[in-house]
Write a protein that binds this ligand. Structure first.
Ligand code: MN
Length: 562
């Protein structure tokens, strides 16, 4: 990784940006001490470390210039060109929005997503900027620390994750965690250190066994190391396992980087020959990458001394991508020597792994209430993902707990709206069936079928919920479908105004009358009324009946649910 100080001697553009930024920020001091220029420098360094192009690195150096100094955007455009100016402007816009409450926060997301669609590099600069701000967060006032840590945890870390930048995402979460959960952080520090060390000692003993076996099979290893689970993700997992550290098998995993894809499977075979794999824990993210682009083989085995160990096997290319995601893609493209930067602007956003970017944008359009949008994004981002498959072999990314209805809506609104049934792995299932990763899901539709309000009780995605609600609202199906209705059967002596009295009692109890039917009985002396009431509240109806009994013409009252 080249230092910017060295890089600027190779690239005239970076050199110029360096000089302009240092002059523009001259005299400004960071709250954490030291000249302000340290901040854009660290930001640009991150971008360079991720392998981004010189335009992005230059924009990183200049990213705070337009906002915080006298050097204008116009000057940037004149001296550095449209593209650098465009990126700086994008970052400046993002920076103006501060997280203060939910409303503001959703707005941040909206703008960010829009910016992303136009040029993902704007988001990458923002992430590089955020990484350094988190590193120096302790210098800020307490209130600000909390706000920025929360914004990082809720927006930027998940965003980095979805861009495949797992390393950055983990770093951001780990940096935010102590500010948001100081007590929990202390607990982890106290309880985990020995465990980590014990696990590492143990894996150090496993490593030579593994190396020997691989060598014996003619598989060369590029790298073998330990990957300790990060505090923030460990904490999230512990919450699901009653805080029992013994139940966390991947506290420290053994990571093997080999040369080719064939070697990955070869290594997996060797691991399974040495130790017994635990069923259901073998994950082939090479054959089927996660939607954020992550590829690797995972397996958990019962290792020496009956200890449970997770192995991760991947190639060098997969390894780089797993660490730096979208940025690694970018770096590869550059190495391959693709076309001009201008053309690349949209090519990354078009990448198949990034279908979710499109998905976010289309969801966002459908949410009229920003609060609902942020809620749905947050839930969908944080839950563990499952990957179901269409009969054509397309992977559909869903949160855990997702049902065939969620699947259907993810594919297309029409498919969701007209869904009547589903087959999972060839078998008919109920619509509230909880999908598993690698399930092949076939949705059965019928043209005139409409969504049911009862679906709202089991769907897992905000997207599906929202689409069902809007379909119900549009067609006004909500009431008929969802509510049970109580029908009163009243036999009353015929007199003028008895209807009015009965209706009066009901409506004074704040129950809406849907319909009244009345037929004369026995020489017109008695009336049998059937009144449909818009309620399923039995208690309310019993009270109404009690009041109705005080009307002296009423002979008999009965009710039933319809
Ligand atoms: Mn900044």
């Amino acid at each position: 990784m080249k230092k910017i100080d060295a890089l600027k001697n190779e690239s005239p553009l970076i050199f110029k940006a360096y000089e302009v930024a240092i002059a523009a920020h001259a005299g400004q001091i960071r709250l954490s001490g030291g000249p302000y220029f340290n901040h854009p420098l660290a930001t640009a360094q991150n971008l360079s470390d991720w392998g981004l192009d010189e335009i992005t690195v230059a924009a990183g150096l200049l990213h705070d210039v337009a906002e915080d100094t006298n050097y204008t955007l116009e000057e940037i455009k004149k001296n550095f060109g449209e593209e650098v100016a465009f990126l700086v402007e994008g970052v400046t816009k993002l920076g103006r929005i501060k997280y203060r409450g939910r409303e503001e926060q959703s707005e941040t997301l909206r703008k960010m997503i829009l910016a992303m669609a136009e040029d993902l590099r704007v988001v990458l600069i923002k992430l590089a900027d955020r990484r350094h701000n988190m590193q120096t967060l302790s210098a800020l006032p307490l209130q600000k620390q909390k706000r920025i840590a929360q914004e990082t945890m809720e927006i930027y870390a998940p965003l980095a994750y979805r861009l495949g930048m797992q390393k950055l995402s983990g770093e951001l979460e780990d940096m935010a965690f102590p500010y948001l959960y100081p007590k929990e952080y202390k607990w982890l520090l106290q309880n985990i250190k020995d465990r980590y060390e014990e696990r590492e000692r143990y894996l150090r003993m496993i490593q030579p066994i593994m190396e020997n076996a691989l060598r014996g099979a003619g598989i060369g290893t590029v790298l073998m190391d330990f990957r300790a689970k990060r505090y923030s993700s460990l904490y999230k997992k512990l919450l699901r396992y009653e805080m029992d550290l013994d139940k966390i098998y991947d506290l420290v995993a053994l990571r093997i980087v080999v040369k080719t894809v064939e070697d990955c499977y070869g290594a997996l075979g060797i691991i399974h020959k040495l130790w017994t794999p635990i069923p259901g824990r073998i994950k082939d993210y090479i054959a089927m990458a996660k939607p954020n682009g992550y590829r690797s083989l995972h397996t958990t085995v019962i290792c020496e001394g009956q200890k449970i160990v997770e192995f991760q096997v991947r190639t060098k290319e997969m390894h780089d991508e797993a660490e730096n995601g979208i940025a690694a893609h970018w770096a590869y493209e550059q190495i391959k020597g693709s076309k001009a930067y201008a053309n690349r602007r949209s090519s990354i956003a078009d990448k198949k792994e990034l279908v979710w970017v499109e998905q976010l944008r289309s969801w966002q359009k459908e949410f009229t209430d920003p609060k609902e949008f942020i809620e749905s994004i947050k839930i969908d981002f944080f839950k563990d993902r499952i990957f179901a498959i269409t009969p054509k072999g397309e992977v559909v990314d869903l949160p855990q707990g997702a049902t065939p209805i969620d699947f259907a809506y993810q594919i297309h609104t029409d498919i969701g709206d007209h869904c009547v049934g589903a087959k999972v792995n060839g078998k008919i299932v109920t619509l509230d069936y909880k999908l598993h990763s690698q399930d092949v899901v076939e949705i059965i539709t019928q043209k005139n079928k409409k969504p049911s309000a009862s679906w709202l009780e089991f769907v897992a995605t905000g997207g599906a919920k929202n689409k069902i609600k809007s379909a119900l609202k549009n067609k006004g199906w909500m009431l008929e479908e969802k509510k049970k209705i109580i029908e009163l059967k009243i036999t009353a002596d015929d007199r003028m105004g008895v209807f009015k009295d009965v209706a009066g009692v009901i409506s004074r109890s704040h129950v809406k009358i849907i319909s009244i039917n009345s037929v004369p009985r026995g020489h017109g002396k008695f009336h049998a009324m059937r009144i449909k009431c818009d309620t399923d509240d039995k208690g309310k109806i019993l009270k109404i009946i009690l009041k109705l009994k005080s009307i002296k013409e009423i002979e008999e009252i009965d009710y039933r649910f319809v």
